[in-house]
Ligand binder design. Structure first.
Ligand code: GLN
Length: 551
């Protein structure tokens, strides 16, 4: 146990369970609030504190589940089946702890909750308003984590940029909460940009001054400024920022551009962000940060002794964020193998037009990505046929696994019309079909088969060797599934169902015996890969790619 008092008396009748840190963003979006929040959390965790992070998203969608990946990047699915913002993926990858539905909320869900309460008469007789009803709902959500986990610190990332209309209720909720729990229990970090004007060869503070003014207008004085910058911040500039933004000079933190997001915790350590935070929150820990494992990971990541080239066949390749967790899982597994993994995005539609051979022949492995709908599906089948016949290591995830089943049925079982009913609802051979309990569902958002389910692996299978155990749990997000009416025929032809859900018999893993590494999984292993626990499927896939390269 670390020496932190769990319950802090605030006033005669009020106790708070955890201290709060808020992270707001100024000047522009995409400054990496999620990475700063996760890095700070990592430092605090490495001192023995129990920390969690939540994200408040200002858009009106009830969750990001209905958003196109082009709009908002990957939809990250938690153990409990919540469809959430991709920043939760960073939180899990950095902290190696699970998040849940409680770690992400949107304006849409806040309003939905309030409107549902209004309809059931909770506010009977009252006019329902942004203040206090929406702000109360936000505060209740923020504090809900206090009772879910035994946390010393809850970090809350407020999405969007200060000054946006959508962020106002969140800032007001923050102002109120801070007033209620006291400044020593609630800290505000403002992440901002210090642009560099190359013509003048100067770093500029004015945008930051303006965004702090915006925060002040909402009644919030930030305690710490974290400044994104391409160049080191000189002392005079820190002094100037401190003076104009009314923070102490030590609380002006430089966040210089890093080679990898995994450098950021160490950069923040160097700037003493964790020490400043602990001092301001009046938390005493005996422990210095224990980052040995993290540093060992970085050492391997930065000093690879070999390299592989992996093709990522998908249709959202224009935007890396659409496959965020897959890219990160390759980084973790690559470091574990002391191997630089070059991930080459390959547009599945381009494969339909240009043919596969010239695009795939130099690769050491191919991953066929998750996805939805018919666009680009034919290209995925082409890619899988090529890697199957040419013995190139293959990992298919979700739609990638379903594509492998369709490809095998078409080209090996000689069922020319074989398809997924998602792609052709009238196919004569629906080898992939809508799951029975999905037939009646018409609403969108949170209605797929979501979250963690148990899978039993066949003894002696490739999957069993990879995981080193029979029973595993993995996360899901799908409506369609292997059609068990075809199971016998497909297995007899050589594509084996080596993992099944023990309760429903749903096929979760398929693999080819006569191939060095050919495996498709209905679940999303990428969501569970962390710095501390790189995912076994990705580790083995990289190993197979290395072997293929040597051969
Ligand atoms: N579209 C497929 C389904 O709904 C696969 C989903 C996915 O790849 N996440 O089953």
């Amino acid at each position: 146990m670390h020496p932190v008092t769990r319950k802090i008396k605030v006033s005669f009748y009020q106790y708070i369970m955890a201290k709060h840190i808020f992270v707001t963003g100024g000047v522009t979006s995409s400054l990496g609030k999620g990475i700063i929040a996760a890095s700070l959390a990592k430092l605090l965790q490495s001192r023995g504190l129990s920390v969690t992070i939540q994200k408040l998203d200002p858009y009106i969608n009830v969750d990001p589940g209905t958003l196109n990946p082009y709009e908002h990047g990957e939809c990250y699915v938690t153990e409990d089946g919540a469809e959430t913002d991709l920043d939760l993926g960073h939180y899990e990858r950095f902290l190696n702890t699970f998040t849940s539905q409680a770690n992400n909320i949107t304006t849409g869900r806040i309003y939905l909750n309030v409107i549902e309460k209004e309809r059931t008469g909770v506010y009977l007789g009252k006019t329902v308003q942004v203040i206090p009803h929406i702000t109360d709902e936000i505060k209740q959500h923020i504090k809900q984590l206090e009772s879910i986990g035994n946390y010393d610190i809850i970090i809350t990332e407020i999405g969007g940029t200060v000054g946006d209309i959508e962020s106002l209720p969140y800032l007001e909720a923050l102002r109120q909460l801070r007033r209620e729990v006291g400044k020593e229990n609630c800290l505000v970090i403002h992440l901002t940009l210090i642009p560099y004007l190359s013509a003048a060869q100067e770093l500029k503070t004015k945008p930051t001054q303006h965004s702090v003014k915006e925060l002040l207008q909402a009644g919030i004085q930030p305690d710490i400024l974290v400044c994104r910058t391409e160049h080191a911040l000189p002392k005079e500039l820190r002094e100037k920022l401190a003076l104009f933004c009314n923070v102490d000079e030590k609380s002006v933190i430089e966040a210089i551009d890093a080679d990898t997001i995994y450098d950021v915790p160490l950069l923040m350590l160097k700037e003493k962000l964790d020490k400043i935070v602990l001092k301001k929150l009046n938390i005493k820990t005996k422990n210095e940060p224990d980052l040995d494992h993290w540093k060992a990971f970085l050492g391997k990541l930065k000093n690879p002794t070999r390299e592989v080239h992996i093709g990522l066949v998908g249709k959202y390749n224009e935007l890396q964020d659409a496959y965020k967790s897959i890219y990160e899982a390759f980084i973790h597994a690559g470091a574990m193998n002391e191997c630089k993994v070059h991930v080459l995005p390959i547009h599945s539609e381009a494969l339909e037009q240009d043919g596969v051979g010239n695009k795939l022949n130099n690769l050491d492995g191919v991953l066929v990505a998750p996805g939805f709908g018919a666009r680009g599906f034919a290209g995925k089948l082409e890619a899988i046929r090529y890697v199957r016949e040419n013995k190139i290591p293959f990992l298919g995830i979700c739609l990638g696994m379903q594509s492998a089943v369709v490809e095998y049925s078409k080209n090996v079982l000689h069922l020319p019309d074989a398809n997924s009913t998602e792609v052709n609802p009238d196919t004569a051979d629906p080898v992939i079909d809508l799951m029975p309990d999905q037939q009646a569902i018409t609403t969108k958002g949170g209605t797929m088969r979501l979250g963690s389910y148990v899978c039993k692996l066949a003894k002696g299978s490739l999957a069993h060797k990879i995981y080193g155990q029979i029973e595993i749990t993995e996360r899901h997000r799908h409506r369609y599934e292997f059609n068990n009416d075809y199971l016998e025929r497909i297995e007899a032809a050589g594509l084996v169902a080596s993992g099944k859900n023990p309760e429903t018999g749903l096929v979760e893993v398929v693999e080819l015996r006569e191939h060095p590494f050919f495996i498709g999984v209905q679940f999303h292993p990428e969501l569970k890969s962390t710095v501390e626990n790189p995912h076994p499927l990705f580790i083995s896939f990289i190993k197979a790619a290395l072997q293929k390269k040597q051969a």
